[in-house]
Design a binder for this molecule. Structure first.
Ligand code: GDP
Length: 195
């Protein structure tokens, strides 16, 4: 898919602030600093539409990016930042739970994990929640350019094992630096929309 138009349509915390459920959405979850903003920027072919922040954990909002007036990519607040206080953590999970519980035009929730590291307990918790909610469990393994291609399979196996994924094709190594799989990712999303 060619991205002709991309805009940050809405920044929301609670349901009453969400944009209407008029077009389909794909949401992205993951630890702070995993590369979520970079992924969205790569997909939208923008350098800086989604904020990439040097202070991870700052964003406590759901950001709705409207693409070609056709679908939305939704950036969920990142989790797992050590310096966040307990009350902020509960705000974080409250924001995500509310969105996942009410959103009817949400087609997939996709987990992002760093290809270099074993997923954390929180990643597993998020992934189980995604599966329990009936989504297919696509995982994007970010920062793939930081390891050699020959190492992909080993790292993908580690991720699959920790998250309990049987079909390793569900784990997609992705580099926002190289942007070589952007077109393939759009094809995956478009296939999901069509089915
Ligand atoms: P977020 O907190 O999940 O939105 O993470 P960001 O997108 O802000 O990325 C965190 C850091 O990782 C930034 O310094 C990015 O430049 C870097 N980063 C993100 N994706 C990639 C990638 O695919 N390759 C490399 N080499 N660095 C990346």
């Amino acid at each position: 898919m060619k991205v002709i138009k991309a805009e940050l349509e809405k920044v929301a915390v609670h349901e009453e602030q969400y944009p209407p459920e008029d077009i389909y959405e794909f949401a992205f979850a993951g630890r702070s600093n995993v590369g979520k903003s970079s992924f969205i920027n790569a997909m939208l072919n923008r350098k800086n539409l989604a904020r990439t922040s040097s202070t991870p954990g700052k964003t406590r909002t759901i950001n709705f990016y409207r693409v070609n007036d056709d679908l939305r990519l939704v950036d969920l607040p990142g989790y797992g930042y050590a310096k966040v206080s307990k009350s902020e953590k509960s705000t974080w999970s409250g924001i995500i739970n509310e969105y996942l519980e009410v959103r009817e035009n949400l087609l997939e929730v996709i987990l992002l994990v760093d290809i270099r590291h074993e997923p954390t307990a929180q990643d597993l918790q998020m992934f189980e929640y995604i599966i329990d909610s009936g989504y297919s469990g696509i995982v994007i393994a970010t920062k793939a350019d930081k390891i050699s291609r020959g190492q992909y399979s080993k790292h993908v196996s580690t991720i699959a094992k920790k998250l309990g994924i049987k079909n390793k094709d569900m784990i997609i190594p992705f580099s926002s630096e190289k942007k070589d799989l952007v077109e393939e990712m759009w094809e995956i999303f478009e296939d999901i929309v069509k089915h």
